[in-house]
Design a protein around this ligand. Sequence first.
Ligand code: NAD
Length: 362
Amino acid sequence: MLSTDASPNTLFDLLNAFGHQKVVFCNDPDTGLKAIIAIHNTTLGPALGGTRMWAYKTEHDALKDVLRLSKAMTYKAAMSGLNLGGGNAVIIGDPRKDKSEALMRRFGRFIKNLNGEFITAEDMGTNPKDMEYIRMETEHVTGVPETMGGSGDPTPIAAKGVFMGIKASVKELYGNDSLAGRSVLVQGIGHVGENLVKLLREENTKVYVSDINEERVVQVAKKYGAEAVANHTIFDLNAEIYAPCALGGTINTSTIAKLKCAIIAGSANNQLEDETIHGKMLLDKGILYAPDYVINAGGLINCYSELMGFSKKRTLQLTENIYDATRNVLKLSKAESISTIEAANKIAEKRIADIRKIKSSY
Ligand SMILES: NC(=O)c1ccc[n+]([C@@H]2O[C@H](COP(=O)([O-])OP(=O)(O)OC[C@H]3O[C@@H](n4cnc5c(N)ncnc54)[C@H](O)[C@@H]3O)[C@@H](O)[C@H]2O)c1
């Protein structure tokens, strides 16, 4: 899905390689705003995705990132049964130095001009306060604080989805989905990671935790009765399940050679450095990979619920469906001897194609 290795010559070649509908470049010298909004596919509904603020080395890096992220959102929404399309935005700049109320509100006005075709939410480098500023200019934003009618912190829901994905993977491999006595390495114990550790420990799972923030490792290990592991030794560990919950790209040719786990299931986006190559390598090595976008959809589900008039019960139900979605992917992968990521892409693409057909009939 995300492999776009052909070397496109022009901007439109690049958009065709990813399959995008529309890309909007937002430029405002007064506030210093330089942003890109990418709308990948709106067959299922309005494109929803985060706004990331990052000091990209080049504008091309920013463009590639937003194209990749928005395409992944199309697949995530389709897989989760949501009536949403895929989109994403990036603001080029250092979130610690370059952010201001005016910049965020100017960005909000660009979103407003899209008339609901794109709805945004928080991502790396943005926070609920930024969403509040965007909200002052447009209603097309989710993840605003509870005091502004939002649904609040989505990370417990994101962690719950990952937890359901882990259970479904364990069921596939061991015949029952109990996590008691199983061992899980959680790499990255930030917002989602910590909530996942909590859920796992509540089910008496043996949990190992690692993070580049050593203070946090000690703190979280103590709080939940987990075992701290030094970051550079994680691939020596004999944990049955590896849950990447930090950055993407941790599964590549070099780490696959070292991995001793039976299952990979975590929250990080874009875990496979190259979907085609590394998806196949995991299949060949007999490691069950629960595709990231299938099991980390809880955050998106939370945003969707907010748009529909938030109900905690409904949000939880939709999140628990991740168990069945994961099982369906794993079954298809087994039946067709294809990688789990290929199986997931097939299911998502079929839903989009089916709905496109029904929408063309009136
Ligand atoms: N927040 C959500 O609702 C949500 C939803 C879906 C997916 N995700 C994805 O899950 C991942 C974690 O999200 P989050 O909101 O918990 O982020 P976060 O920033 O709160 O936590 C990330 C943690 O990873 C640690 N980290 C960074 N680099 C590391 C490395 N090389 N090795 C070990 N640890 C490292 C950081 O110190 C931090 O503690 C991200 O990839 C994110 O895109 C998040």
